[in-house]
Design a protein around this ligand. Structure first.
Ligand code: PEP
Ligand code: MG
Length: 892
């Protein structure tokens, strides 16, 4: 019964593991309190109380009494009462959900001040100015966040006051000025909120608590939760904490600190301190902070104590912590701590440092890094030592370092890139019409839009560097230029954009390759300088991952070069060789001929031409992957990719006809293209369907595989070929292909005298295949989930079109936080995978199971594939280290 539950916890009652109930901030305040650290006393109102409020629109009945009890206890402890006229206890009220969330109410400080108690505070502090400044801050924050008054109105009034006095900084306003400001602020509240600023301190506190509850449901918070997949019903906790003041003179101050450098991971004294100031002054950047190390000279006692506390916290949390603290007249107070954010490189360094310090074990070290961080370390970077001219900074939307000539429209981007120029496409914002230009560009830069804008979403999808929403840039597409302050960048001027930091530079900034990639490529080993130290950490973490992971990691690779690179990156085989990729370029015409062949003789002729080429491809592949499995998928082109474009061909024929020199071949071709034209090629004649319709095609490919394997065996190699049939929907399709394949393999065995053990399996990439996986397993020795097509067909989303058309809208509306083509949709597509795994294994217990869709290299999806019990994931060569790491994290 929520009405008898406990809704309020004193800081002495909670601990760091109660984040669900007390929120992140409250749980950590409690933890520090219990560690005996100097935390200003206070209490936390639970997320349960918030939930009741959100459900019913009213605070739980018991809450008021509980708050009263805790407030009484707090007052007794502090020896003063909230808002007491001659010596007021003041408190802050802060939100604190389990996850920190933009759009939530932040903080109201100085609650308890009123027309009366402001005098008492002045007397107690011996400082009139301080008291009136505190009061005006309260009215301002309270007005803005609790009473919904436009914050600008207060800011304007403050500006006016400074202007009238001909001063520029707040601190030049004296007590009398601030007193006048309080009167004006109260008037603003009265006019805008239609009520007086509450003089009753308890009413102030209660209203602030309610405002925190309500801020859970601001539009911004809701959108953020949908995008980050944070459940909407968690609610927020509220922290009520006695105030301490960093602005009581030179022996006071406030600061932030890190237990180690969040950029490098190195231990040391990192942080900033601001004398005679409150926390918000640091954020507002009103005065310059000093390095934390300076505090030693300012207040040695507090400094030593802080160092001691930082060590305690690190040893206790066994991780980098960040800290907010205040010094009030020589007394140090801890206001907040949490496990701190860090750069990707620091994450790897810190994880191994903590192992070396004996604070964590290897399994825990794996949890301290992510595949996304590793991926970040694998991008080339701008040379940090280069002299640069920074133009501005936007949102780091898609990582990478791109350099090129500025162009302001897609047409020019395409034209210039065709003639070999590298270009950066610069737009105010992009839309689907810009797609070709985006593909042609090295990188994309926009002056508007956030992380889910069209430019950001599409660029991430293409793996293209993108900086978006760089608001300092004035983009003028008509005049083909942009201006930044007084710098004008014309079309053709070189710019450099950093998709990892969001920085935009004028001119060419030199790019250095990633040391982590150099390491994976075997061109760099762990050593002493900074980059090598990083490489050493990555090397060790990868070794932990490889030791514990159950999933094997294979590569999607179609040629020996990719295969060799994949192997250097740690691939344990090829999970998908797309044979249609072997027929691009000049071989495309052979396939075209095959598809269009009218007679058996024509068809057989094309097949005969293709056979030796295919065989050569496979020999090279088996050689590169000697001793490791190589899954070769039989031809699966959507037909239109192998036929001439119908419009282009029609125009050519029409033109020729008007000149009366129409060529017989072209006419025939056009007829055939019309005959084979499909409205939905992705759902048309492809995959196994093609193999069943074009006699001899699959047989030729199987023969090429078998002969290549026999040749490698004769050369004392160890080829481990697997034949994979695409786009199967029913076991009958597979049975027919299998029969033919078995026959061809037997023939090759007989003629070559070599015993081949070729496994034959299928892709599971249609809903029907997943639903009838039990039957299909009768004819398949392995399954490889084609989650690209499976996502396409389960959602009914055309994989080639949707990302550029309506996905932006879907992401903005929070329908999904990430494209289902990027991260597996566990509930829909994933549930089909899960069922197919079970049904397949029920039929054939030793069925081998893998995945070769793009999801095979996506961190979150790798965890899912581990969970459902696949044997391996297969992904593009570059993502193999990420998949290895995530497979290790999933298993540890
Ligand atoms: C798939 O559909 O997931 C797959 C790997 O095949 P392709 O991407 O070649 O269609
Ligand atoms: Mg497919």
């Amino acid at each position: 019964d929520p009405q008898v539950a406990k809704f309020v916890y004193d800081f002495t009652e909670g601990n760091k593991d109660l984040k669900d109930l007390l929120g992140g901030k409250g749980a950590n305040l409690a933890e520090m309190t219990n560690l005996g650290l100097p935390v200003p006393p206070g209490f936390t109102i639970t997320t349960d109380a918030c939930k009741v409020y959100l459900d019913s629109g009213e605070e739980p009945v018991a809450l008021r009494d509980e708050v009263t009890q805790h407030l009484d206890a707090l007052e007794a402890r502090m020896g003063k009462k909230l808002g007491q006229a001659d010596n007021p206890l003041l408190v802050s009220v802060r939100s604190g959900a389990k996850f920190s969330m933009p759009g939530m109410m932040d903080t109201v400080l100085n609650i308890g001040l009123s027309d009366k108690s402001v005098q008492g505070l002045a007397k107690q502090a011996g400082d009139d100015r301080f008291a009136w400044d505190s009061y005006r801050r309260l009215i301002q924050m309270f007005g803005k966040t609790v009473l919904d008054v436009d914050g600008e109105l207060f800011e304007d009034e403050l500006e006016k006051a400074k202007h009238a006095k001909k001063v520029t900084v707040d601190t030049d306003l004296d007590a009398a000025d601030l007193k006048k400001l309080v009167t004006r602020f109260k008037k603003i509240v009265k006019t805008e909120a239609g009520r007086d600023f509450p003089q009753d301190p308890r009413e102030q506190m209660d209203l602030a608590i309610k405002a925190v509850f309500e801020s859970w449901n601001t539009d911004r918070a809701k959108l953020y939760r949908r995008q980050e997949r944070i459940p909407g019903d968690l609610g927020t906790a509220v922290n009520v904490c006695s105030m301490v003041f960093g602005n009581l003179g030179p022996d006071s101050g406030t600061g932030v600190a890190f237990t180690r450098d969040p950029a490098s991971g190195h231990q040391g004294v990192y942080g900033d301190y601001l004398q005679n100031a409150q926390g918000e002054d640091v954020v507002a950047g009103i005065r310059n902070t000093v390095a934390l190390a300076e505090l030693e000279n300012i207040d040695k006692k507090s400094y030593d104590q802080l160092m001691q506390i930082m060590e305690t916290l690190e040893n206790h949390y066994k991780d980098l912590c960040d800290i907010e603290f205040t010094i009030e007249r020589g007394q140090l107070w801890m206001l907040q701590t949490r496990v701190g954010k860090r750069t990707a490189g620091a994450a790897f360094r810190i994880a191994t440092q903590l192992v070396d310090q004996g604070l964590i074990d290897e399994a825990e070290a794996l949890q301290r890094v992510t595949g996304a961080q590793l991926a970040q370390l694998m991008f080339p970077k701008f040379d940090e030592d280069a002299k640069v001219q920074q133009l501005g900074r936007g949102i780091a939307a898609s990582p990478g370092a791109a350099v090129g000539k500025a162009v302001f429209d897609s047409y020019t981007a395409i034209k210039w890139s065709r003639s070999g120029e590298k270009v950066i496409l610069i737009r105010r914002e992009t839309n689907p019409d810009d797609l070709d230009g985006m593909i042609a560009a090295e990188g994309i830069l926009t002056s508007r839009g956030g992380k889910t804008s069209h430019a950001a979403v599409v660029a991430r999808g293409m793996g293209k560097t993108c900086v978006c929403g760089a608001e300092d840039l004035e983009v003028d597409t008509k005049r083909r230029r942009m201006t930044v302050g007084d710098v004008v960048v014309e079309e053709g001027d070189v710019v450099s954009i950093d998709g990892s930091s969001g920085k935009v530079y004028l001119g060419e900034v030199p790019v250095v390759p990633s040391p982590v990639v150099e390491y994976f490529e075997g061109r760099m080993h762990a050593g002493a300088d900074d980059a090598d130290e990083l490489v050493g950490a990555v090397h060790r973490v990868m070794a932990y991952a490889d030791r514990v992971r159950r999933l094997r990691v294979r590569a999607n690779a179609d040629n020996a070069e990719d295969a060799l690179r994949a192997r250097r990156f740690g691939a344990q085989g090829i999970g998908l060789c797309r044979t249609e990729h072997m027929f691009l370029g000049e071989r495309r015409e052979m396939v075209e001929k095959l598809i269009l062949a009218d007679t058996d003789a024509e068809r057989e002729e094309s097949l005969k031409q293709l056979l030796p080429l295919q065989k050569r491809d496979f020999v090279e592949l088996f050689e590169a992957m000697d001793g490791l499995p190589v899954t070769i998928r039989l031809l699966d082109p959507p037909l239109h990719e192998f036929l001439p474009d119908i419009t282009e061909l029609s125009v050519r024929v029409a033109l020729a006809e008007s000149r009366q020199d129409a060529n017989e071949n072209d006419l025939r071709l056009l007829q055939a293209v019309h005959r084979l034209h499909e409205s939905n090629p992705m759902l048309g004649l492809r995959g196994v369907r093609l193999g069943l319709v074009i006699p001899g095609l699959f047989a030729m490919q199987v023969r090429a595989i078998a002969e290549a394997a026999a040749e490698r065996k004769n050369a004392k190699g160890d080829p481990r070929a697997e034949v994979m049939i695409p786009l199967v929907g029913t076991v009958q399709e597979l049975e027919i292909v299998r029969e033919e394949a078995d026959r061809v393999i037997a023939e090759v065995e007989a003629t070559s005298g070599v015993k081949l053990k070729l496994a034959i399996g299928t892709m599971i990439e249609l809903p029907r295949a997943a639903l009838t996986a039990g039957q299909i397993a009768e004819a398949a020795e392995f399954f490889s989930f084609g989650t690209n097509d499976l996502t396409q067909t389960v959602w009914g989303f055309s994989r080639d079109d949707v990302e550029a058309s309506f996905f932006t809208a879907y992401l903005e509306k929070g329908i999904f936080g990430v494209s289902p083509f990027e991260t597996i949709d566990k509930d829909g597509v994933g549930s089909l995978v899960r069922n197919a795994v079970e049904a397949g294994r029920a039929t054939r217990p030793d069925l081998k199971l893998g995945v070769c869709g793009e999801h095979g290299g996506d961190p979150e999806s790798v965890h899912f594939f581990h969970e459902v019990g696949l044997d391996y994931v297969s992904c593009s060569p570059f993502r193999i280290p990420v998949a290895r790491l995530e497979a290790g994290r999933a298993a540890s």
